[in-house]
Design a protein around this ligand. Structure first.
Ligand code: ATP
Length: 408
């Protein structure tokens, strides 16, 4: 079975996810570069990534129940509970239990005499020292040959672009180190396509129109003619960055999107703002300047009303271009992803549009809408299985249309 460790590092988030080829997510951990004021500084974000990379890696392995096994000079990361269970099943009655949080599993085994065996901090623990010794002995025996292990990490996937050059370098560097040390394959995948694939996995969608709204990106994407194509996008900045820029004007700190959403809930009066849809694309620079001038003229403007008006205008523009793509391509599913997908008002506008057209709408939980390693792992597996050509370098400007994917 293919099990991939995926590294995401296109901007402020450094994340590692472990996923198998059935789409089971073993772990998805991250660290996010945040500031009280101002936006992401690429070099500072990269410094944080390089400092935290090893901690994020350890946490990803721990949460997944994978431990580092060394046999001779060979290293591998193994799903220790699964391997133990497989071995012990012939000798004891073994039950596998899961504590499930959404997509986050804590696993333990119960032997027939009621003894629990946990995996924590890369160390096998049990309530009985004798049993622990026994298990360790067994484990030492079964690790004699790395090929005996069925569930081990055998693919490294990383986000190769688009993104910020300094942070992409950090991720690619760790990916190459791991691939060399573990002597396993490596694949550089496209960050934007990874956002699409995780929505499809979570909602069991076959052929959706996807609205990707993150910090840097705002795109309407769909699969047509052997590749993911961009049917509409922002002509200047991404919606997330737009909200963050507005946040800077209002001293809301970073990220400003969630704060604007909170303020908007209390807004009552709709302030008229420019509405700039151009064909299938949107334009945000003019609206930003309009708001800046508005604030220069009147510092006492209600932040609640302003936030409410921003959301109503921008999200209506997004819903309009998504609806046009749906109608044009005759698709029956709409997926929403990217950091801004967390916004409930945007979700509800898209949902209403889909209900009216009698098509499906789906999004993903925040952990999988934000930049995350699980989506990179999952896309790495899909690409590996379909022999999609990834890259083994980085490309800060990598567009999805150039990547041929024969079937989805
Ligand atoms: P990219 O994926 O393009 O590299 P990124 O790394 O900046 O972008 P994400 O982590 O996907 O992006 O998203 C972060 C953005 O989402 C920020 O701009 C933030 O303000 C915005 N955001 C987060 N929560 C909300 C919310 N509830 N409402 C609106 N925007 C939000």
């Amino acid at each position: 079975m293919i099990i991939s460790l995926g590294i995401e590092c296109t901007a402020h988030t450094f994340s590692i996810g472990i996923v198998d080829e059935r789409g089971k997510i073993y772990s998805n951990t991250r660290v996010i570069f945040k500031t009280e004021k101002g936006g992401v500084h690429p070099r500072e974000a990269a410094e944080l990534h390089s400092k935290e990379a090893i901690n994020v890696l350890k946490k990803a392995l721990n949460n997944a129940g994978f431990v580092k096994i060394k046999v001779g000079d060979k290293l591998c990361f193994v799903d220790v509970l699964y391997e133990l269970k497989k071995y012990l099943e012939n000798k004891f009655t073994v039950f596998e239990r899961f504590h499930e949080e959404p997509w986050n599993r804590y696993r333990y085994l119960i032997l027939n005499d009621g003894v629990e065996v946990w995996v924590e901090d890369q160390k096998i623990k049990s309530t009985d020292e004798e049993i622990e010794k026994k298990l360790n002995k067994i484990f030492n025996r079964i690790k004699r040959d790395l090929n005996n292990f069925e569930r081990k990490i055998n693919l490294i996937s990383y986000s190769a672009g688009p993104g910020l050059y300094p942070t992409l370098v950090q991720g690619a560097f760790l990916a190459k180190e791991l691939s060399n040390t573990l002597n396993i394959k490596i694949i550089g995948v496209n960050h934007l396509i990874a956002h699409i694939e995780i929505v499809k996995l979570y909602n069991n969608f076959k052929d959706p129109v996807i609205l990707l709204v993150s910090g840097a990106n705002t795109m309407v994407l769909a699969y047509e003619g052997g590749r993911y194509r961009v049917f509409g996008e922002t002509l200047d900045i991404g919606v997330g960055n737009f909200l963050d820029k507005i946040g800077r004007l209002l001293s809301l700190g970073f990220p400003a999107g969630p704060k604007i959403e909170k303020l908007a809930e209390k807004g009552k009066k709709l302030i008229e703002l420019p509405y700039t849809v151009k064909g299938m694309d949107i334009h945000l620079g003019g609206i930003y300047t309009y708001i800046k001038n508005l604030l220069d003229r009147d510092r006492n403007i209600s932040l609640e009303d302003l936030s409410y008006s921003i959301q109503e205008h921008i999200f209506a523009m997004l819903t309009e271009i998504v609806e046009r793509a749906v109608a044009h391509l005759n698709k029956k599913e709409v997926g929403l992803t990217g950091g801004v997908a967390a916004n409930r008002r945007l979700q509800s506008m898209l949902k209403s549009m889909c209900e009216e057209r009698k098509i499906k709408f789906g999004t993903v939980p925040l952990d999988f809408a934000n930049d995350n390693g699980a989506m990179i792992s999952w896309t790495g597996i899909l690409w590996f299985k379909k022999s999609v050509k990834g890259i083994n370098t980085i490309d800060p400007y990598w567009r999805p249309e150039g990547i041929e994917i024969t079937d989805t």
